[in-house]
Design a binder for this molecule. Structure first.
Ligand SMILES: [Zn+2]
Length: 155
């Protein structure tokens, strides 16, 4: 799961928003102008913070941005026709980001968001890691150093 941050001008209403879209959403983009737009984020809280920065920078230039809208598009029709509701405040956008981040699967060693990285090994059942390094550190926690787990031999 990733979140795509972009500026949109909605087709029917003409409303301008900074949109946080679940998954990649490359259509109907305005020309890139601000740092962090038209990018995918693994961390929804980071996407929320970037969206707020873009909205503020856009409005400073007289962009008349109505705010930040968050949603998911499933097909071509919804890409064109769906207009997501604008959240009332930056606080609500950040609260969304925090909650979405909490729900994501994390590395069982370092607690970072797994994204599409998912290292599993039957040596440590039921745990998932973001990297070979985290897997090895966890293995060392559980089984001690020098237990035949050599960095070179895994992955
Ligand atoms: Zn990790």
């Amino acid at each position: 799961m990733t979140w795509f941050v972009s500026r949109q001008m909605y087709y029917f209403s003409g409303k301008k928003v900074v949109e946080i879209t679940e998954g990649k959403f490359p259509t109907n983009l305005l020309k890139n102008r601000f740092d962090g737009e038209s990018k995918e984020y693994v961390n929804p809280l980071e996407a929320a913070e970037i969206a707020i920065q873009i909205k503020n920078a856009w409005n400073k230039m007289g962009g008349n941005c109505a705010g930040i809208a968050i949603g998911h598009r499933s097909d071509l029709y919804s890409e064109i026709a769906t207009e997501f509701a604008v959240l009332e405040s930056d606080e609500l956008v950040l609260a969304w980001g925090k909650e979405a981040k909490e729900k994501l699967p994390k590395c069982d060693y370092c607690s970072s968001i797994l994204g599409d990285k998912s290292i599993k090994n039957e040596i440590i059942p039921n745990e998932v890691f973001c990297s070979i390094q985290c897997f090895l550190k966890r293995a060392n926690q559980l089984f001690g150093e020098n237990d035949g787990l050599e960095t070179n031999s895994v992955g």
